[in-house]
Design a protein around this ligand. Structure first.
Ligand code: SAM
Length: 263
């Protein structure tokens, strides 16, 4: 069997013990908490999480070899799941809000985040997320309005979660050393958030706006609305500004207007 790191599964193992401890401390785990680790790999974070004695500890690892190694090592201390995390049915996962840790494989991190955001009852399912991303993706998640990194990922995250960047992490803290920097983000699901008849409408609206990132917002508004002038007036928009100049709340309002038009 080949136990070398697999590039296809984004296997860059975090080796810096100080950083590992710091990440786990951020979770403030108590023996009342249900913890989920995404991609435990060789168990670097796993070991530290276990020391905090959570009430229950699940770890989801796609790699069969690593899963078997961990299962052998931790026996019944951890409920190990050998599955693609993108195929987990979160609604049926556990009946208490869980705390999630993950040094995420780069190729699925944004998709996984969007899958979570799409869950109707995100705040009933999850307490907090402490996740490592490729820095470039993390910067898009926490971007400020009016910046070139601001976009769909920022707006969709902001809709359902509060998020802050904890720190950037240099490639030399991992093995094998990735080509790019990483960033650690801390998320808490919001209890109150803007409600839509169908949340796909927010996705559609942001899609159409950011497909035309450099164009004035007049263009996407004309695509979405029969009478875009009415919407511009009602929401007090400047039709000459660009998609990156509208804050998340404005996108929520535009999406609501779009829904009203559909009804
Ligand atoms: N947590 C370990 C650490 O920090 O050293 C490993 C992190 S490594 C960046 C990502 C881990 O996620 C690997 O163990 C990899 O096998 C696993 N993985 C990759 N794709 C996955 C998927 N779709 N579902 C579950 N685990 C996955």
């Amino acid at each position: 069997m080949n136990f070398g790191p697999k590039k296809s599964l984004g296997q860059n193992f975090l080796l810096n013990k100080e950083i590992i401890k710091y990440i786990v401390e951020l979770g403030k785990i108590t023996n009342e908490n249900i913890v989920i680790e995404i991609g435990p790999g060789t168990g670097n974070l796993t070991e530290e999480i276990l020391k905090k004695s959570p009430k229950k500890f699940f770890a989801i690892e796609k790699d069969k070899n690593l899963y078997l190694e961990l299962k052998n090592k931790y026996k019944s201390d951890i409920k190990l799941i050998n599955k693609d995390v993108l195929k987990i049915e979160w609604n049926d996962f556990y009946n208490e809000p869980c705390l999630v840790f993950g040094n995420l494989p780069y190729n699925i991190s944004a998709k996984l985040l969007i899958d979570w955001i799409r869950l109707n009852n995100l705040n009933a399912l999850f307490k907090k997320f402490i996740l490592m991303f490729q820095k470039e993706v993390a910067d898009r998640i926490v971007a400020n309005v009016n910046s070139s990194k601001y976009g769909r990922l920022t707006i969709l995250t902001e809709w359902k979660m509060s998020v802050k960047k904890i720190m950037d992490i240099e490639p030399n803290n991992f093995f094998p050393k990735p080509k790019v920097k990483s960033s650690l983000l801390y998320f808490e699901p919001r209890e109150r958030f803007y409600r839509f008849d169908n949340s796909k409408n927010l996705e559609k609206v942001t899609n159409i706006f950011f497909q035309n990132r450099r164009k004035m917002i007049k263009k996407p508004l004309n695509i979405l609305f029969n009478d875009s002038k009415k919407i511009i007036k009602k929401l007090n928009l400047d039709e000459k500004c660009r998609p990156q100049n509208l804050d998340p709340l404005t996108y929520f309002k535009i999406s609501k207007e779009y829904e009203n038009e559909l009804n």
